[in-house]
Design a protein around this ligand. Sequence first.
Ligand SMILES: NC(=O)c1ccc[n+]([C@@H]2O[C@H](COP(=O)([O-])OP(=O)(O)OC[C@H]3O[C@@H](n4cnc5c(N)ncnc54)[C@H](O)[C@@H]3O)[C@@H](O)[C@H]2O)c1
Length: 319
Amino acid sequence: MRHILLAGLGGMGRVHLANYAYLSQKAVVVAVVGKTEADRDFALDKGLDFYTDMADAIASHEEIDTIDITTPSWLHYDNVMQALALGRDVICEKPLALSSAQADAMYKEARGRGLRLIPALVCRYTKEFALLKKTVQKGEYGRLIEIRFTRLSEKPAWSEGSWLLDKSKSGLVPFDLMIHDIDMMVSLLGTSVRLEKVLKGGQNHYHAAYRDEEGCLALIESGWLDAAIPFEAVWKAVFEHAVMVNDGNRVVIYPEGREPVQLPVVYPVVVSTGINVPPTGWYYEELNNIIDELDGRKEAASSSQEVVHALRLAEDTAG
Ligand SMILES: NC(=O)c1ccc[n+]([C@@H]2O[C@H](COP(=O)([O-])OP(=O)(O)OC[C@H]3O[C@@H](n4cnc5c(N)ncnc54)[C@H](O)[C@@H]3O)[C@@H](O)[C@H]2O)c1
Protein backbone atom coordinates (compact mmCIF):
# COMPACT_ATOMS: atom_id res chain seq x y z
CA MET A 1 0.00 0.00 0.00
CA ARG A 2 1.40 3.39 -1.01
CA HIS A 3 0.94 6.18 1.54
CA ILE A 4 0.67 9.43 -0.39
CA LEU A 5 1.25 13.06 0.53
CA LEU A 6 -0.51 15.19 -2.09
CA ALA A 7 1.08 18.63 -2.58
CA GLY A 8 -1.18 21.10 -4.43
CA LEU A 9 -4.96 21.15 -4.25
CA GLY A 10 -5.91 23.11 -7.37
CA GLY A 11 -7.44 21.72 -10.54
CA MET A 12 -4.97 18.87 -10.92
CA GLY A 13 -4.53 18.08 -7.24
CA ARG A 14 -8.28 17.53 -7.00
CA VAL A 15 -8.21 15.31 -10.10
CA HIS A 16 -5.50 13.16 -8.50
CA LEU A 17 -7.41 13.01 -5.20
CA ALA A 18 -10.63 11.96 -6.96
CA ASN A 19 -8.78 9.19 -8.81
CA TYR A 20 -6.88 7.87 -5.77
CA ALA A 21 -10.32 7.16 -4.27
CA TYR A 22 -10.70 4.44 -6.94
CA LEU A 23 -7.26 2.99 -6.10
CA SER A 24 -7.88 2.26 -2.44
CA GLN A 25 -6.51 -1.30 -2.83
CA LYS A 26 -3.01 0.05 -3.49
CA ALA A 27 -2.78 3.74 -2.49
CA VAL A 28 -4.16 6.05 0.17
CA VAL A 29 -3.82 9.83 0.47
CA VAL A 30 -2.68 10.33 4.05
CA ALA A 31 -2.34 14.14 4.09
CA VAL A 32 -2.28 17.15 1.80
CA VAL A 33 -0.15 20.28 1.44
CA GLY A 34 -1.54 23.56 0.12
CA LYS A 35 -1.03 27.29 0.36
CA THR A 36 -4.37 29.06 0.35
CA GLU A 37 -7.49 29.28 2.49
CA ALA A 38 -9.37 27.59 -0.34
CA ASP A 39 -6.88 24.68 -0.15
CA ARG A 40 -7.36 24.44 3.62
CA ASP A 41 -11.17 24.60 3.40
CA PHE A 42 -11.24 21.95 0.69
CA ALA A 43 -8.96 19.63 2.68
CA LEU A 44 -10.91 20.02 5.92
CA ASP A 45 -14.17 19.48 4.06
CA LYS A 46 -12.77 16.17 2.79
CA GLY A 47 -11.54 15.24 6.28
CA LEU A 48 -7.88 15.30 5.20
CA ASP A 49 -4.96 16.39 7.40
CA PHE A 50 -3.79 19.73 5.97
CA TYR A 51 -0.27 21.23 6.10
CA THR A 52 1.42 24.19 4.47
CA ASP A 53 4.82 22.51 4.35
CA MET A 54 5.82 19.01 3.26
CA ALA A 55 8.33 18.62 6.10
CA ASP A 56 5.59 19.22 8.71
CA ALA A 57 3.35 16.65 7.04
CA ILE A 58 6.13 14.06 7.04
CA ALA A 59 7.00 14.81 10.67
CA SER A 60 3.42 13.91 11.64
CA HIS A 61 3.02 11.03 9.16
CA GLU A 62 6.18 8.92 9.04
CA GLU A 63 4.24 6.32 7.02
CA ILE A 64 4.23 8.57 3.94
CA ASP A 65 6.40 6.90 1.29
CA THR A 66 5.37 8.91 -1.79
CA ILE A 67 4.90 12.62 -2.45
CA ASP A 68 2.68 13.57 -5.38
CA ILE A 69 3.42 17.11 -6.62
CA THR A 70 0.56 18.94 -8.36
CA THR A 71 1.70 22.49 -7.65
CA PRO A 72 2.09 25.13 -10.40
CA SER A 73 4.87 24.24 -12.84
CA TRP A 74 7.46 26.80 -11.76
CA LEU A 75 7.50 25.21 -8.28
CA HIS A 76 8.13 21.65 -9.49
CA TYR A 77 11.93 21.87 -9.31
CA ASP A 78 12.06 23.13 -5.70
CA ASN A 79 9.15 20.94 -4.57
CA VAL A 80 10.60 17.76 -6.09
CA MET A 81 14.06 18.48 -4.67
CA GLN A 82 12.52 19.02 -1.21
CA ALA A 83 10.45 15.84 -1.49
CA LEU A 84 13.54 13.82 -2.45
CA ALA A 85 15.53 15.39 0.41
CA LEU A 86 12.73 14.18 2.70
CA GLY A 87 13.57 10.68 1.45
CA ARG A 88 10.34 9.89 -0.38
CA ASP A 89 9.56 8.63 -3.89
CA VAL A 90 8.05 11.36 -6.04
CA ILE A 91 5.29 11.62 -8.62
CA CYS A 92 5.26 15.02 -10.36
CA GLU A 93 2.75 16.59 -12.74
CA LYS A 94 3.89 17.64 -16.19
CA PRO A 95 5.96 19.50 -17.16
CA LEU A 96 8.48 17.87 -14.81
CA ALA A 97 10.46 21.13 -14.97
CA LEU A 98 10.70 24.32 -16.98
CA SER A 99 14.10 23.36 -18.43
CA SER A 100 15.85 20.17 -19.51
CA ALA A 101 18.80 21.05 -17.25
CA GLN A 102 16.53 21.19 -14.20
CA ALA A 103 14.88 17.87 -15.10
CA ASP A 104 18.30 16.26 -15.54
CA ALA A 105 19.35 17.52 -12.09
CA MET A 106 16.10 16.20 -10.55
CA TYR A 107 16.68 12.69 -11.95
CA LYS A 108 20.32 12.76 -10.76
CA GLU A 109 19.15 13.72 -7.28
CA ALA A 110 16.61 10.87 -7.23
CA ARG A 111 19.17 8.34 -8.47
CA GLY A 112 21.76 9.57 -5.94
CA ARG A 113 19.27 9.02 -3.13
CA GLY A 114 18.03 5.65 -4.43
CA LEU A 115 14.51 7.05 -4.88
CA ARG A 116 12.04 6.98 -7.78
CA LEU A 117 10.91 10.08 -9.67
CA ILE A 118 7.98 9.52 -12.04
CA PRO A 119 6.48 12.35 -14.11
CA ALA A 120 2.70 12.19 -14.53
CA LEU A 121 2.73 12.32 -18.34
CA VAL A 122 -0.89 11.35 -18.73
CA CYS A 123 -0.93 10.71 -22.49
CA ARG A 124 1.58 7.87 -22.16
CA TYR A 125 -0.93 6.00 -20.04
CA THR A 126 -4.03 6.41 -22.21
CA LYS A 127 -5.55 3.41 -24.00
CA GLU A 128 -5.57 5.40 -27.27
CA PHE A 129 -1.83 5.97 -27.13
CA ALA A 130 -1.20 2.35 -26.10
CA LEU A 131 -2.94 1.22 -29.33
CA LEU A 132 -0.78 3.57 -31.39
CA LYS A 133 2.46 2.53 -29.72
CA LYS A 134 1.64 -1.17 -30.13
CA THR A 135 0.87 -0.64 -33.83
CA VAL A 136 4.19 1.17 -34.34
CA GLN A 137 6.11 -1.54 -32.45
CA LYS A 138 4.42 -4.50 -34.22
CA GLY A 139 5.13 -3.03 -37.64
CA GLU A 140 2.27 -4.93 -39.28
CA TYR A 141 1.46 -1.89 -41.46
CA GLY A 142 5.10 -1.06 -42.17
CA ARG A 143 7.04 1.87 -40.76
CA LEU A 144 5.45 4.96 -39.29
CA ILE A 145 6.35 7.64 -41.82
CA GLU A 146 4.35 10.63 -40.62
CA ILE A 147 2.38 11.65 -37.56
CA ARG A 148 0.31 14.76 -36.89
CA PHE A 149 -0.88 15.81 -33.44
CA THR A 150 -3.39 18.61 -32.76
CA ARG A 151 -4.11 19.96 -29.28
CA LEU A 152 -6.18 23.13 -28.94
CA SER A 153 -7.83 24.74 -25.98
CA GLU A 154 -9.45 27.98 -25.00
CA LYS A 155 -6.82 30.32 -23.50
CA PRO A 156 -6.62 29.26 -19.81
CA ALA A 157 -7.41 32.47 -17.98
CA TRP A 158 -8.73 30.45 -15.02
CA SER A 159 -5.50 29.48 -13.19
CA GLU A 160 -5.01 31.11 -9.79
CA GLY A 161 -3.29 34.48 -10.38
CA SER A 162 -3.20 33.52 -14.12
CA TRP A 163 0.20 31.90 -13.58
CA LEU A 164 -0.36 29.80 -16.74
CA LEU A 165 -0.10 32.97 -18.84
CA ASP A 166 3.24 33.97 -17.28
CA LYS A 167 6.13 32.51 -19.30
CA SER A 168 8.44 32.31 -16.28
CA LYS A 169 5.84 30.25 -14.38
CA SER A 170 4.36 27.86 -16.97
CA GLY A 171 6.68 28.04 -20.01
CA LEU A 172 3.47 28.81 -21.97
CA VAL A 173 2.16 26.53 -24.76
CA PRO A 174 5.38 24.56 -25.53
CA PHE A 175 5.86 23.45 -21.89
CA ASP A 176 2.26 23.38 -20.74
CA LEU A 177 0.17 22.05 -23.63
CA MET A 178 2.42 20.94 -26.46
CA ILE A 179 4.58 18.92 -24.05
CA HIS A 180 1.90 16.18 -24.12
CA ASP A 181 2.38 15.66 -27.86
CA ILE A 182 6.13 16.22 -27.79
CA ASP A 183 6.28 13.52 -25.12
CA MET A 184 4.15 11.06 -27.15
CA MET A 185 6.31 11.78 -30.19
CA VAL A 186 9.52 11.04 -28.25
CA SER A 187 7.96 7.89 -26.81
CA LEU A 188 7.19 6.69 -30.37
CA LEU A 189 10.29 7.89 -32.23
CA GLY A 190 12.99 8.00 -29.55
CA THR A 191 15.59 10.60 -28.69
CA SER A 192 16.90 11.08 -32.24
CA VAL A 193 13.97 13.46 -32.92
CA ARG A 194 15.06 17.01 -33.77
CA LEU A 195 13.09 20.20 -34.38
CA GLU A 196 13.01 21.22 -38.06
CA LYS A 197 10.80 24.29 -38.13
CA VAL A 198 8.37 26.31 -36.00
CA LEU A 199 5.69 28.65 -37.28
CA LYS A 200 3.80 30.79 -34.79
CA GLY A 201 0.35 31.78 -36.01
CA GLY A 202 -0.58 33.96 -33.06
CA GLN A 203 1.09 34.58 -29.72
CA ASN A 204 -0.09 31.26 -28.31
CA HIS A 205 -0.55 29.13 -31.44
CA TYR A 206 2.33 26.93 -32.59
CA HIS A 207 2.83 24.74 -35.66
CA ALA A 208 6.05 22.76 -35.44
CA ALA A 209 7.77 20.09 -37.55
CA TYR A 210 10.16 17.49 -36.17
CA ARG A 211 11.98 14.54 -37.74
CA ASP A 212 13.77 11.44 -36.42
CA GLU A 213 16.91 9.79 -37.80
CA GLU A 214 14.82 7.39 -39.94
CA GLY A 215 13.14 10.37 -41.61
CA CYS A 216 9.73 10.07 -39.92
CA LEU A 217 8.05 13.49 -39.93
CA ALA A 218 6.05 14.66 -36.90
CA LEU A 219 3.85 17.74 -37.02
CA ILE A 220 2.40 19.30 -33.88
CA GLU A 221 -0.23 22.03 -33.82
CA SER A 222 -0.87 23.32 -30.34
CA GLY A 223 -2.51 26.45 -29.09
CA TRP A 224 -4.41 28.41 -26.52
CA LEU A 225 -6.96 30.28 -28.60
CA ASP A 226 -8.90 33.43 -27.73
CA ALA A 227 -12.21 31.64 -28.27
CA ALA A 228 -14.51 29.41 -26.22
CA ILE A 229 -13.69 26.33 -28.29
CA PRO A 230 -14.07 22.85 -26.83
CA PHE A 231 -10.81 21.14 -25.85
CA GLU A 232 -9.45 19.07 -28.75
CA ALA A 233 -6.70 16.43 -28.64
CA VAL A 234 -6.39 14.26 -31.76
CA TRP A 235 -3.74 12.56 -33.89
CA LYS A 236 -3.33 10.95 -37.28
CA ALA A 237 -0.53 8.43 -37.96
CA VAL A 238 0.53 7.53 -41.52
CA PHE A 239 2.16 4.11 -41.88
CA GLU A 240 3.54 2.64 -45.12
CA HIS A 241 0.35 0.55 -45.50
CA ALA A 242 -2.32 2.14 -43.29
CA VAL A 243 -3.50 5.34 -41.67
CA MET A 244 -4.54 5.35 -38.02
CA VAL A 245 -6.76 8.11 -36.67
CA ASN A 246 -7.76 9.20 -33.17
CA ASP A 247 -10.49 11.81 -33.66
CA GLY A 248 -10.98 12.32 -29.93
CA ASN A 249 -13.91 9.87 -29.82
CA ARG A 250 -12.75 6.79 -31.71
CA VAL A 251 -9.53 5.14 -32.84
CA VAL A 252 -9.84 3.77 -36.38
CA ILE A 253 -7.27 2.06 -38.57
CA TYR A 254 -7.64 2.36 -42.35
CA PRO A 255 -5.47 -0.39 -43.91
CA GLU A 256 -4.39 -0.22 -47.55
CA GLY A 257 -7.01 -1.95 -49.74
CA ARG A 258 -9.11 -3.21 -46.80
CA GLU A 259 -12.12 -2.08 -44.78
CA PRO A 260 -11.44 0.28 -41.84
CA VAL A 261 -11.43 -1.23 -38.35
CA GLN A 262 -12.50 0.62 -35.21
CA LEU A 263 -10.27 -0.44 -32.33
CA PRO A 264 -11.82 -0.95 -28.88
CA VAL A 265 -10.98 1.72 -26.32
CA VAL A 266 -12.46 0.71 -22.98
CA TYR A 267 -11.84 2.51 -19.70
CA PRO A 268 -12.99 0.46 -16.68
CA VAL A 269 -13.15 3.55 -14.47
CA VAL A 270 -14.27 7.01 -15.66
CA VAL A 271 -13.96 9.96 -13.28
CA SER A 272 -15.16 13.58 -13.55
CA THR A 273 -12.26 16.03 -13.74
CA GLY A 274 -13.57 19.46 -12.74
CA ILE A 275 -11.03 20.93 -15.24
CA ASN A 276 -11.45 21.62 -18.97
CA VAL A 277 -11.30 17.91 -19.76
CA PRO A 278 -14.54 15.84 -19.88
CA PRO A 279 -15.02 12.86 -17.52
CA THR A 280 -12.28 10.39 -18.41
CA GLY A 281 -10.39 7.25 -17.44
CA TRP A 282 -7.02 8.79 -18.38
CA TYR A 283 -5.96 9.91 -14.91
CA TYR A 284 -7.08 6.66 -13.28
CA GLU A 285 -4.94 4.73 -15.78
CA GLU A 286 -2.04 7.10 -15.17
CA LEU A 287 -2.04 6.85 -11.36
CA ASN A 288 -2.85 3.12 -11.37
CA ASN A 289 0.16 2.45 -13.61
CA ILE A 290 2.47 4.83 -11.75
CA ILE A 291 1.72 3.09 -8.43
CA ASP A 292 2.48 -0.24 -10.14
CA GLU A 293 5.74 1.23 -11.49
CA LEU A 294 6.71 2.45 -8.01
CA ASP A 295 5.99 -0.98 -6.54
CA GLY A 296 7.86 -2.82 -9.30
CA ARG A 297 4.79 -4.47 -10.82
CA LYS A 298 5.25 -2.61 -14.12
CA GLU A 299 8.15 -1.22 -16.08
CA ALA A 300 8.59 2.55 -16.18
CA ALA A 301 6.50 4.14 -18.94
CA SER A 302 9.09 6.87 -19.50
CA SER A 303 12.88 7.00 -19.19
CA SER A 304 14.78 10.00 -17.82
CA GLN A 305 16.51 10.37 -21.21
CA GLU A 306 13.15 10.64 -22.99
CA VAL A 307 11.69 13.11 -20.51
CA VAL A 308 14.79 15.33 -20.60
CA HIS A 309 14.87 15.14 -24.42
CA ALA A 310 11.20 16.13 -24.66
CA LEU A 311 11.91 19.18 -22.49
CA ARG A 312 14.89 20.04 -24.74
CA LEU A 313 12.53 19.95 -27.73
CA ALA A 314 10.06 22.19 -25.83
CA GLU A 315 12.96 24.63 -25.28
CA ASP A 316 13.87 24.55 -28.98
CA THR A 317 10.20 25.04 -29.95
CA ALA A 318 9.75 27.98 -27.56
CA GLY A 319 12.85 29.56 -29.16
N1 LIG B 1 -1.86 16.34 -16.94
C1 LIG B 1 -2.81 17.21 -17.21
O1 LIG B 1 -3.72 16.94 -17.99
C2 LIG B 1 -2.78 18.53 -16.50
C3 LIG B 1 -3.90 19.38 -16.55
C4 LIG B 1 -3.86 20.58 -15.83
C5 LIG B 1 -2.72 20.91 -15.10
N2 LIG B 1 -1.63 20.07 -15.09
C6 LIG B 1 -0.41 20.42 -14.34
O2 LIG B 1 -0.70 20.38 -12.94
C7 LIG B 1 0.03 21.38 -12.24
C8 LIG B 1 -0.94 22.20 -11.40
O3 LIG B 1 -1.85 22.84 -12.27
P1 LIG B 1 -3.29 23.31 -11.75
O4 LIG B 1 -4.07 23.68 -12.94
O5 LIG B 1 -3.81 22.29 -10.80
O6 LIG B 1 -2.89 24.64 -10.94
P2 LIG B 1 -3.81 25.46 -9.89
O7 LIG B 1 -3.34 26.86 -9.93
O8 LIG B 1 -5.24 25.14 -10.15
O9 LIG B 1 -3.47 24.77 -8.48
C9 LIG B 1 -2.21 24.84 -7.87
C10 LIG B 1 -2.36 24.41 -6.41
O10 LIG B 1 -1.07 24.39 -5.79
C11 LIG B 1 -1.19 25.16 -4.57
N3 LIG B 1 0.16 25.64 -4.23
C12 LIG B 1 0.79 26.72 -4.69
N4 LIG B 1 2.03 26.78 -4.16
C13 LIG B 1 2.16 25.70 -3.37
C14 LIG B 1 3.18 25.20 -2.55
N5 LIG B 1 4.37 25.82 -2.46
N6 LIG B 1 2.98 24.04 -1.86
C15 LIG B 1 1.79 23.39 -1.96
N7 LIG B 1 0.77 23.83 -2.73
C16 LIG B 1 0.96 24.97 -3.40
C17 LIG B 1 -2.20 26.22 -4.87
O11 LIG B 1 -2.71 26.83 -3.71
C18 LIG B 1 -3.24 25.37 -5.60
O12 LIG B 1 -3.99 24.58 -4.69
C19 LIG B 1 0.78 22.19 -13.31
O13 LIG B 1 2.11 21.79 -13.37
C20 LIG B 1 0.06 21.86 -14.61
O14 LIG B 1 0.90 21.90 -15.74
C21 LIG B 1 -1.66 18.90 -15.76
